[in-house]
Ligand binder design. Structure first.
Ligand SMILES: *Cc1c(COP(=O)(O)O)cnc(C)c1O
Length: 424
């Protein structure tokens, strides 16, 4: 059936993409499972959830919203974000740049990885019209300037936007990103001064870490950015507050979107730096609720279920990072389910690290042959898949179901009511 596409591990970034909009009437997951009885993982994308999250974030944030493409580069996801109003894309590789340009000729693309290959800078600037680049070292600054002014580079019609990435102290996010990237205070101020004469626009950027539950992290980071700007004593046009906005998981209930925005607004006001604009680069917050995977139980041993997707598939974060995800049982023939119990999963590979302890909550009578829908994996789920051990057959479908968990502040009335929820 045409609503289902095969999905290869490295597919989203490399396969040809169509401009096809989502089908008018999307199926729901329960119906699809009953009809297809999928024996390989079935990835479900919820374009309405993603579009609504984008609309909510754009509405709440007082600046430009750049979607961090690495979080989920699936074309169906990117189209849903575009439909939700996203026009700016934070790309971190030339392949992401090319994908976004192919899909949306009118998109504004920003190259926000602090360490880029020379070829990637050249191609982004010359072929794809990218004008904004991040750096956190003097060596990267020279690399960027070299490549865009080389004799055979595209003619320098405008100066580049240059963004200095600032390292932050530990923030308590689930995933810290300041150990690998970012200039410290004095270096960042020096980089701003060094970049100023070459920059059409100059910015400071940071990332508080992914799945950051504490809005105060932005207050501290913005105060630091402000101090760096004052120390540099050169005009700066943009503060980019990065990504990291937390979403709900079964064991994590973040403050609502408005609480993050209130901190950012207040911090911005305190900075009192007229003429500066804000940008944000959310990834997880826009797409986490928009993706799930339907896996089949191949064996039950006690409360461990051997399922056909795992940490080398779409469930990487359930392994080493021990993320918990919402789950629901789907049966070919729905019948009243037993009371809930806690389960762990083994993935399909022969590797003993392919284990997910959860716990994941499912009816106690879950059995071989049943399907389990695992939700809230739209961020850093399917895009981390590998073909390890040959477990690389999955299908992809766009569905009409609502997110399996709601994150406060991201729900905006859908254009169509979600009447057919497909819950068992
Ligand atoms: C990964 C990343 C993001 C997105 O982070 P989330 O935690 O998914 O919001 C934004 N900016 C940069 C530079 C990143 O590396």
């Amino acid at each position: 059936m045409s609503l289902i596409q095969a999905r290869a591990a490295v597919g989203p970034l490399h396969r040809p993409v169509s401009q096809r909009a989502s089908a008018k009437t999307l199926p729901n997951v329960q119906d699809m499972v009953q009809r297809l009885r999928p024996e390989e993982p079935l990835h479900c994308i919820r374009p309405e959830t993603i579009g609504n999250a984008a609309r909510a974030f754009i509405h709440a944030f007082k600046g430009d919203v750049l979607y961090a493409v690495k979080c989920n580069p699936e074309p169906a996801v990117l189209r849903a974000l575009w439909a939700g109003g996203v026009r700016h894309f934070d790309c971190a590789s030339i392949t992401e740049v090319a994908l976004v340009r192919r899909l949306f000729p009118g998109a504004v693309i920003h190259f926000m990885h602090p360490v880029k290959s020379r070829a990637a800078i050249r191609e982004a600037w010359g072929l794809h019209g990218v004008r904004d680049f991040v750096l956190d070292s003097e060596s990267e600054l020279h690399k960027i300037l070299d490549e865009i002014t080389a004799p055979n580079a595209a003619r320098l019609t405008a100066q580049p936007g240059l963004f200095v990435r600032l390292a932050l102290p530990e923030t308590g996010a689930a995933i810290n990103l300041s150990k690998k990237f970012g200039a410290d205070f004095m270096d960042a101020a020096a980089l701003l001064r060094a970049a100023r004469p070459h920059a059409g626009r100059l910015g400071v950027t940071f990332h508080v870490g992914s799945q950051c539950m504490d809005p105060l992290a932005w207050r501290e980071a913005m105060a630091l950015a402000g101090a760096v700007i004052r120390a540099a004593a050169v005009p700066v046009e943009i503060i980019d507050v990065g990504g990291g906005f937390a979403v709900a998981y079964p064991d994590m209930d973040p403050p609502p979107l408005s609480a993050f925005m209130a901190e950012i607004d207040a911090a911005f006001e305190r900075l009192n730096l007229p003429g500066i604009k804000l940008w944000a680069e959310p990834g997880r917050a826009l797409v986490a609720g928009g993706g799930s995977v339907v896996a089949q139980v191949q064996l039950r041993r006690g409360n461990m279920l051997y399922i056909n997707d795992g940490v080398y598939g779409a469930l990487a974060d359930a392994g080493a990072l021990k993320f918990r995800f919402p789950t629901r049982l789907l049966r070919a023939q729905p019948r009243p389910a037993a009371p809930d119990a806690a389960f762990g999963f083994f993935g399909p590979s022969c590797d003993s690290l392919d284990v997910m302890h959860g716990p994941f909550i499912l009816p106690d009578d879950v059995a071989e042959g049943d399907w389990i829908e695992i939700g809230q994996i739209g961020a850093y789920g399917a895009c981390l898949r590998t073909a390890f051990n040959g477990f690389d057959r999955a299908a992809l479908a766009e569905v009409h179901d609502p997110a399996m968990l709601k994150t406060a502040g991201y729900e905006i009335a859908t254009t169509r009511p979600n009447q057919d929820r497909g819950t068992v």
